[in-house]
Design a protein around this ligand. Structure first.
Ligand SMILES: C[S@@+](CC[C@H](N)C(=O)[O-])C[C@H]1O[C@@H](n2cnc3c(N)ncnc32)[C@H](O)[C@@H]1O
Length: 294
């Protein structure tokens, strides 16, 4: 199948895909009762107040809202989300929209879940911790490698208005684009900020300028040189690095020195804990063949 860019063209609150809509995974839900407001403050200290606010403003299901808030409390206790912007982004992202119908009851489990095509949606704790590590500011241009379900990029779209995401499995990229488009049509206008494409993310995304932040959600044994090159001076990347199934999640800062050279500073966001990721695979022609490991 031919690989394509699924860019969205935003026009005010609306966004239009240049592709026909793909099948939505979950049953259609109601439109947002109140227009999305990037600056809206959601109650974070009390489950009942959170659910009431979200039902009024987002029209979401109280059952999932309760699970989202309970997961949020555990993530805050475990320091997976640290700042208010990330806390709000987590609380604003309806994870139940991105899991397979058979896994909806487990959407907020502390677990990765199958999303088909042999890959997974990362657990909420991991998404929260990796995103918190790159410290996304509003206006930052962010690249995600490994769109998968689309949950991570939807979370990012609550932090900034410039999100680019690449998925190597073409039918998965198409399915996820359909989920984004369906959500935008229902009023989740932040998701209109996500540009997606089906490609091998090892080479980054040329032609859109360097990125302030990069998040890689598949595991590899080295940092792809193109990704480092496409990171702005003093930009931050988070990437699982290590042998198959045994990566360490690294925060990588491309620190610019006074003489203009770069110092690549690495730290482990889990202090040495091994976190297994799906492999960073490789595209040859239109076929996925092996991985980019050396
Ligand atoms: C852990 S999963 C998805 C996590 C995802 N961020 C989410 O929110 O669901 C990692 C994804 O990386 C994709 N992937 C693997 N190698 C890739 C590559 N070279 N380029 C782009 N995506 C890749 C996989 O197909 C898979 O969908």
């Amino acid at each position: 199948m031919k690989r394509r860019d699924f860019l969205t063209l935003s026009a005010g609150a609306a966004a239009f895909s240049i592709l026909p809509k793909a099948r939505r995974v979950n049953a259609a839900s109601a439109n947002l009762p109140v227009p999305y407001d990037r600056n809206a403050e959601v109650p974070m200290g009390d489950k009942k107040a959170f659910i009431e606010w979200m039902v009024t403003n987002r029209g979401e299901d109280p059952q999932y809202l309760a699970q989202r808030f309970e997961r949020f409390q555990v993530m805050v206790a475990n320091k997976d989300v640290l700042d208010d912007r990330n806390k709000r982004a987590f609380l604003f992202t309806p994870r139940e929209e991105f899991v397979l119908p058979q896994n909806m009851a487990r959407a907020y489990d502390h677990a990765f879940l199958d999303i088909g095509y042999g890959v997974t949606i990362s657990g909420p704790h991991l998404v929260g911790r990796m995103t918190t590590a790159i410290d996304v500011q509003f206006g930052d241009s962010v690249l995600e490698v490994g769109t998968g379900s689309g949950y991570q990029s939807a979370y990012l779209s609550n932090l900034t208005d410039k999100v680019h995401t690449i998925e190597i499995i073409d039918p998965l990229a198409t399915r996820t684009r359909g989920i984004y488009d369906g959500l935008v049509a229902r009023g989740y206008s932040s998701i209109g900020a996500i540009a997606s494409k089906s490609a091998d993310g090892y080479y980054g995304w040329d032609g859109v300028g360097a990125f302030d932040k990069i998040i890689v959600t598949c595991g590899i044994d080295h940092i792809p040189p193109s990704l480092l090159q496409q990171l702005k001076p003093n930009g931050i990347m988070v990437i699982p690095v290590g042998p198959p199934g045994a990566q360490h999640v690294l925060k990588v800062i491309k620190q610019q020195q006074s003489d203009g050279s770069f110092n690549i500073v690495r730290s482990d966001i889990y202090n040495g804990k091994v976190v297994p990721f799906v492999p960073f695979t490789k595209l040859e022609g239109s076929q996925i063949v092996g991985t980019h490991n050396g």
